[in-house]
Write a protein that binds this ligand. Structure first.
Ligand code: F3S
Length: 287
């Protein structure tokens, strides 16, 4: 039996845990709660919640008026939120407080006459939730992308998608300093993503192989797997314990286990049980 080391931090980040707890409470109260799109990028956890009364729909039109509707950790654009309220729904707001902070800072900057520049991916729901109601007065750039024309000359406020890297934010600021007449920066990065990435990199360096647990539709889990693979080609990515190919364990005396920010504890525990270990037996040092 190989020795097992867990990445630390592992699994649910603060915001996702909070959101799932709110949803569970709401399911107890309302019996049925709707969500537009999956509440979390994890098929097994979504299925578990569906068993408790969650109903996942593709669009708001499918929800009968006056229902209970869950808002995911990514948040919702202001317009969509208003529309849901207009239809008489009660909202269970799982918006992560860090995401909410970024939204507030963006609105504040606009109210003070700044053009808002967002470091991030314009197609990500979290970024869309910010830009949708700012319209023309905001621009979005990915790390390394050229600056949009509009930032030249005026007052510019910078914020970041919560999952970006601090280093990239610092680089962006450096690019804007010579262009803007005035610059205000809010660091709205949440450390959860980077901490998980750092932990898996360390783990890959000290183990014979790393098992990454998480949804195949989870971008942050994919990133963990890529990092593990880069440093240790003995990395595998599974959604649940039953997917483990036992031959993979052959010849390995020490393995690492990591999980994305959308992976619930019970999936990690299931896997550890399968290995005959209890969660928390061995923890990676330091974090
Ligand atoms: Fe919130 Fe950070 Fe998680 S923004 S949802 S705690 S990755």
């Amino acid at each position: 039996e190989p020795k097992v080391i867990l990445a630390d931090p592992i699994g649910f980040c603060f915001g996702v845990e909070r959101a799932v707890n709110l949803l569970e409470e709401a399911l107890k109260v309302h019996g049925k709660v709707y969500c537009i799109g999956s509440p979390i990028h994890n098929p097994q956890e979504t299925a578990r919640l569906e068993n408790k009364g969650l109903v996942v729909v593709d669009s708001g039109e499918e929800i009968p008026n006056g229902s209970a509707v869950f808002v995911r950790a990514h948040g919702l654009p202001e317009g969509d939120r208003r529309e849901l309220l207009n239809r008489g729904h009660s909202l269970i707001d799982g918006t992560c407080p860090f995401v909410f902070k970024a939204q507030k800072k963006a609105s504040f900057l606009i109210s003070q006459g700044y053009r808002v520049l967002i470091l991030g991916d314009k197609d990500h729901p979290e970024v869309k939730a910010i830009t949708q109601h700012l319209g023309e007065r905001s621009s979005v750039v990915l790390p390394g992308e050229p600056l949009p024309e509009e930032v030249s000359g005026g007052k510019v406020g910078i914020i970041s998608q919560t999952t970006q890297r601090l280093e990239d934010l610092a680089n962006l600021v450096q690019l804007v300093v010579p262009k803007a007449s005035e610059l205000r920066v809010y660091n709205t990065i949440c450390g959860a993503t980077e901490a998980r990435q750092k932990a898996v990199a360390e783990l890959a360096g000290i183990t014979d192989g790393v098992v990454v647990i998480g949804g195949k539709n989870s971008a942050n889990t994919r990133k963990l797997f890529e990092i593990a693979l880069e440093r240790n080609n003995q990395a595998i990515w599974i959604e649940e314990a039953s997917e483990l190919d036992w031959r993979w364990l052959e010849g390995k005396s020490i393995i690492g286990v990591a999980a994305g920010a959308s992976t619930p504890d019970w999936l990690i525990d299931d896997f550890l049980k399968l290995l005959g270990k209890a969660k928390g037996v061995v923890k990676e040092d330091g974090r």
